[in-house]
Write a protein that binds this ligand. Structure first.
Ligand SMILES: [Zn+2]
Length: 122
């Protein structure tokens, strides 16, 4: 089994509407996103080209960059928390990758010391 990952970044504003405290107010984060994929088969020594994986992840992340996340359709019903952002990116990247490679997990940092991870059960 091989695993590899890439890291991307984006900036966005949000507010956690149902949160009682500072995060209820409008504020922003410089998010860091780590996407990990896995598989058993290498083609020409590669599980997937890092460049291709970055392109696929960027296709998903561009919809989040420099926007007010609460305005986006997926976050009108669910809070734009790091947890839900990770799940959103996971689903989007699965759609982007198709059968090319299996996605293991998506980790989203809101700050250097706080992150959320989304993955499906094995
Ligand atoms: Zn926040």
């Amino acid at each position: 089994m091989y695993e590899l990952g890439i890291t991307r970044r984006f900036s966005a504003a949000h507010r956690l509407v149902s949160y009682e405290g500072r995060c209820e107010a409008l504020h922003g984060h410089n998010y860091r996103v780590e996407v990990v994929v896995q598989g058993d088969t290498l083609v020409n020594g590669l599980l997937i080209d890092f460049k291709l994986l970055k392109q696929k992840v960027d296709e998903v992340i561009k919809s989040l960059d420099h926007v007010y996340l609460n305005d986006l359709e997926p976050f009108k019903k669910s809070e734009p928390s790091a947890e839900n952002i990770a799940a959103y990116i996971y689903t989007g990247v699965v759609r982007q990758l198709g059968d090319a490679v299996r996605i293991r997990q998506v980790k989203v940092w809101e700050a250097d010391d706080t992150w959320a991870l989304y993955r499906t059960e094995e």
